[in-house]
Write a new protein. Structure first.
Length: 185
């Protein structure tokens, strides 16, 4: 990696990973390991180690390509394609609610800290907490299938709204949600 290059640029991305192990390592003061893939199906093992120097907190990322070192890798790399899909799904599950597809509470706890610390007063940041009033009554009177449809419909609306306003939405509880918008939109 070149000086001044961000780690996410190695993965051909234009922003930090949503499941950034360096941020987690610093926030939780422990080493974190994840697997990541590239568009050409190479597989990397990433370990992030928290460091403290003169009162400042840093993370050291150790990255190793393991594409050809995996026990079930084969010569024509068909299994590597399958493994990249598994890694993608695992990374997705670590940050997303499996039912709604929105970001999950764990993601929110880490990302919200970053959003607030990166916030500049000249750029608005809007955060809203929502919960569905009397949701238990909906489930009791109309059944859980109807309640599930309400959750999914609201989740889809929040996701579309957040994405159209340069933000994100998450499910933080059964009927509790958070939505974040950046900028004037």
């Amino acid at each position: 990696m070149a000086t001044g290059e961000h780690c996410y640029q190695v993965w051909s991305r234009n922003c930090a990973c949503r499941n950034c192990v360096s941020r987690l390592a610093v926030d939780e003061n422990r080493s974190i390991i994840k697997m990541e893939t590239t568009q050409d199906h190479r597989i990397f093992l990433i370990e992030s180690v928290p460091l403290k120097e003169l009162g400042d907190h840093y993370a050291l990322e150790l990255i190793k390509e393991v594409t050809d070192n995996l026990l079930f890798a084969d010569h024509d790399q068909k299994n590597n394609v399958m493994l990249t899909e598994i890694i993608y799904k695992m990374n997705e599950l670590s940050t997303h609610d499996s039912y709604t597809g929105l970001y999950n509470k764990r993601f929110m706890e880490h990302e919200l800290k970053r959003e607030i610390s990166d916030w500049k007063e000249e750029r608005p940041l809007t955060i809203a907490l929502l919960d569905i009033d009397q949701f238990k009554t909906v489930n009791d009177n109309y059944g859980h299938l109807v309640g599930d449809r309400v959750i999914l419909a609201l989740s889809e609306a929040l996701k579309e709204c957040a994405e159209s306003h340069n933000g994100w939405a998450c499910r933080i509880g059964g009927d509790e949600f958070l939505i974040l918008f950046r900028g004037d939109q």
